[in-house]
Design a protein around this ligand. Structure first.
Ligand code: AMP
Ligand code: ZN
Length: 137
């Protein structure tokens, strides 16, 4: 895609600190890190959101995730990571090319996560489960 910043990074038209490059996947350092070592794992092909990806391509990209997470943990010495994928503008996706954030985490670090868990009432959870199962079939 011509005006996609991540496609330009893959093409080498915009510089990046690449850490992984395969036939299907590319990973590089996030220029605005939430923690030192914050990386982005992306498909080489342009898809705006993860639901648009063919399953085989998603599998090939995410197949790189365990090794990349391990490498970020080894390199930074962090105690864990958040793997985050903002899918769609409403979910805070700013760059419209699928990307998985790997964000190093440590005890008492600066990043906090707003997790306003709700609760279901009545049959709502079962109804939604049923609707999702139907949509999958
Ligand atoms: P998101 O809000 O999930 O779309 O996140 C987009 C991410 O892309 C942000 O964390 C940015 O810091 C990162 N980003 C944007 N432009 C670049 C770039 N040229 N090189 C590396 N990371 C970038
Ligand atoms: Zn793109």
């Amino acid at each position: 895609m011509d005006d996609c910043i991540f496609c330009k990074i893959i093409a080498g038209d915009i510089p990046s600190e690449c850490v992984l490059s395969t036939e299907a996947a590319f990973a590089f350092m996030d220029i605005g890190p939430l923690a030192a070592g914050h990386c982005l794992l992306i498909p080489r092909s342009h898809y705006e959101t993860v639901d648009q990806m063919p399953a085989e391509e998603a599998a090939a990209v995410l197949g790189e995730l365990p090794a990349l997470v391990k490498a970020v943990q080894t390199a930074t010495g962090c105690k864990g990571v958040n793997v985050l994928q903002n899918n769609g503008r409403v979910a805070n996706q700013l760059v419209p090319h699928v990307h998985f954030h790997i964000i190093p985490r440590n005890p008492n670090d600066a990043w906090s996560f707003n997790w306003p868990a709700g609760e279901y009432t009545g049959d709502h959870m079962a109804e939604l489960g049923d609707a999702i199962r139907k949509a999958l079939s």
